[in-house]
Design a protein around this ligand. Sequence first.
Ligand SMILES: Cc1cc2nc3c(=O)[nH]c(=O)nc-3n(C[C@H](O)[C@H](O)[C@H](O)COP(=O)(O)OP(=O)(O)OC[C@H]3O[C@@H](n4cnc5c(N)ncnc54)[C@H](O)[C@@H]3O)c2cc1C
Length: 296
Amino acid sequence: MKPAPVGYLRPTSLEEACRALADDPDAKVLAGGQSLVPLLSMRLAAPSTLVDINALPGLDGVEVDEAGVRVGALVRHADLLAHDGAARVQPLLRMALSHVAHAPIRNRGTTVGSLVHADAAAEMPAVLALLGGTVEVVSARGTRTVAGADLVVGPLESSLAHDEVATSAWFPALADGQGVGFAEISRRQGDYALCGVAALVRRAAGRVVEARAAYLAVDETPTVVDLLPALDGDPDGDPDEARLAAAADLALASLSPAGDIHATEQYRAHLARVLTVRVLREADDHARRRGQGGAA
Ligand SMILES: Cc1cc2nc3c(=O)[nH]c(=O)nc-3n(C[C@H](O)[C@H](O)[C@H](O)COP(=O)(O)OP(=O)(O)OC[C@H]3O[C@@H](n4cnc5c(N)ncnc54)[C@H](O)[C@@H]3O)c2cc1C
C-alpha cells in the first residue's frame, strides 16, 4: 500500500519544530522513518503533517564521559553500535544494539526514535529502563527529563505528549563491580525478538549485591524485575544453579507472557526462564572479570 497524502515540514530549529507540533495536534515527528513510514504505508497511522527533525542542528552527536553516554536524537543505531567509547563506558549498548533489526534499518533508524516509538519488543527501551537512563524532552512549554522506567506506558505508547520532541537519551555508565548480559531469541537474526532479556549484576566483597533483569517482547511494556532476593545471601557469593533457577521463578512471577502468532504464552514463559538464567550468569561473569581488572 501507499501512504495517504500527508503534509511535510523540515524545520531548521528546535523552536520551529516545537511550534509546528504545538500548532497541530495531528502532526508527528519523523526521525529515521523506519517505524513510522511502514505505519503510514499500511495506513495504520494518519498524521496531518510530518515534522522531519533531520535538519535540526546539534542532535547527531554521541557524548561519552565517565558518568554515561548521551545519544542525540539523530544518532542512528549503526553509529551508536560502532561507537567504541560508548561501548567501553556502557557495554550493554553494543550487546543490545547488535540485535536491533537489520543493517539497512540500523543505518536510518535512530536509537532515540526507537525509545519514543515504545515498542515492547524493541531492545533499547528495555535497556534504558534496566540501567535507569533518561530521555530529554523539549516542547514550546519547556524542557523535562523522563525516566526510562516511565517512558513506555502501553503498546506503542510513550509518555511523551504530542507536542514534545525527544532531543537525547542518557544511558548511565557501568559502575564499579557491575556486569551486564544480554540474550534474545528471534526466528532470524535481526527480526524482532520472541523474547529478550537484559541483566545487570553488581558484586562487592565477593557477593552479589545488585541483580535485576529487563524483559522485552514478553509483556505489553518492557518490564524490569529485581532478582536480588533470589541471589542474595549466598555465603560463597557464587550464584549456583538453584539460585539462578529461583531468580527465574521470581522473574516469571512478575511477568505476564502473552501468546501470539509467533509464540504461545507457554513458549514465551519458557524462553524468559531459560534466558534469565543465561544472562544472569553472563552478567555475573562480567562483573567478576571487571572486578579482577579484566576488560569491560
Ligand atoms: C523490518 C523491521 C525490523 C525491525 N526490527 C527491529 C528490532 O528488532 N528491534 C528494534 O528495536 N527495532 C526494530 N525496528 C525498528 C527500528 O529500530 C526503528 O528505527 C525504530 O523503532 C524507530 O526509529 P526511527 O528513527 O526510524 O523513528 P521513526 O520511524 O521516524 O518514528 C517512530 C515513532 O517515534 C516518534 N519519534 C521518533 N523520533 C522522535 C523524537 N526525537 N521525538 C519525538 N518523537 C519521535 C515518531 O513520531 C513515530 O511515532 C525494525 C523496523 C523494521 C522496518
